[in-house]
Design a protein around this ligand. Structure first.
Ligand code: HEC
Length: 282
């Protein structure tokens, strides 16, 4: 089984001269980072922009990773720990989760628990270079304008055939400041929420599926199919559903979905129990 562990081999520098950020109400430059604050209904309430140079005034770290997951090469990262982003954006602590919106509808959520366990980094420099000079991913995609990476990643959660994966996010165009309810809370089961299998399935789906599949306003939109639709597929054509998830290209040759070869019967039983509990009409 693939364990995604890579090691920090040097801690080179640490800049902690934070200055207070001056957001702009309009975008001045295509490299500006858009930061959207969501209201209690999950709708954008405010949009501001921070220049790349301003972000560099926040506390940054520079460190080496043995293997950058985008390029599959060693790299030197300079960036901002999400714990410092929470501090920089959240003087009033009015949000609990930072979402990263990526080109193509891909989305990742960083709650404080994940941030504490895995220390994700908003990448500002790759091998000391600004985003315009970053290498392309192994698949030939650009990595910027921003990117979320990890100095090292050791899974802290294993459930049957599911092993926690790093919440990497290439091609980040905006960050979203939101509540738990308007982000990961959308993935709460509608019934049997305390059933241990449903709880396991929920963790598997949050870890593996919601970066591309949505539940209402939350989650990614890389795929058109919502979790509700996935639940319907799982209920009506279980074998095809499982085949699709294990090896997406076996059912559609040009699938853009990642394979999940380690998912076994127990993994699917939990996942399907959760999807069923998720589909109940509110
Ligand atoms: C990186 C994005 C991505 C992730 C992560 C992802 N999917 Fe998908 N999924 C897609 C895309 C894109 C499609 C649309 C067809 C295609 O490209 O295969 C899809 C289609 C599907 C379908 C077929 C839907 C249909 O309309 O027939 C199923 C079932 C499915 N996904 C289940 C899952 C499950 C379960 C997970 C988590 C274990 C998951 N996907 C994770 C991108 C993703």
């Amino acid at each position: 089984m693939l364990t995604r562990t890579f090691v920090v081999i040097a801690f080179l520098a640490c800049n902690s001269n934070a200055e207070s950020l001056q957001p702009s109400p309009t975008s001045q430059n295509s490299q500006d980072l858009q930061v959207i604050t969501l209201d209690s209904q999950g709708n954008p309430a405010m949009r501001v922009y921070y220049s790349y140079d301003q972000l560099l005034t926040l506390p940054t770290v520079t460190l080496k990773t043995e293997r950058d997951l985008n390029t599959n090469t060693p790299a030197t990262y300079t960036g901002i720990y999400f714990s410092d982003l929470f501090a920089a954006f959240g003087h009033d602590a009015s949000f609990e989760v930072i979402g990263a919106n990526c080109i193509g509808g891909y989305k990742q959520y960083y709650d404080r628990d994940y941030v504490t366990r895995h220390r994700p980094i908003l990448l500002l420099k790759f091998d000391d270079k600004p985003p315009a000079d970053w290498p392309k991913s192994e698949q030939g995609n650009v990595l910027g304008p921003y990117c979320v990476v990890h100095e090292s990643f050791s899974p802290t959660e294993t459930i049957y055939g599911y092993v926690e994966e790093p919440r990497n996010a290439p091609r980040v165009t905006s960050l979203e400041l939101t509540s738990f309810n308007q982000s990961l809370g959308h993935f709460a089961a509608k019934e049997s929420a305390n059933d241990p299998e449903v709880v396991k399935g929920q963790k598997i789906v949050i870890g593996s599926c919601i970066s591309c599949h949505n539940a209402g306003k939350a989650g990614g939109h890389t795929a058109d199919a919502s979790l509700r639709l996935l639940g319907a597929k799982a209920a009506t054509s279980k074998e095809i559903f499982r085949k699709k998830v294990i090896d997406p290209r076996s059912t559609s040759p040009f699938s853009r979905m990642p394979p999940h070869p380690t998912f076994d019967d127990d993994t699917f039983n939990a996942l399907e129990a959760y999807l069923k509990a998720m589909m109940v009409i509110q």
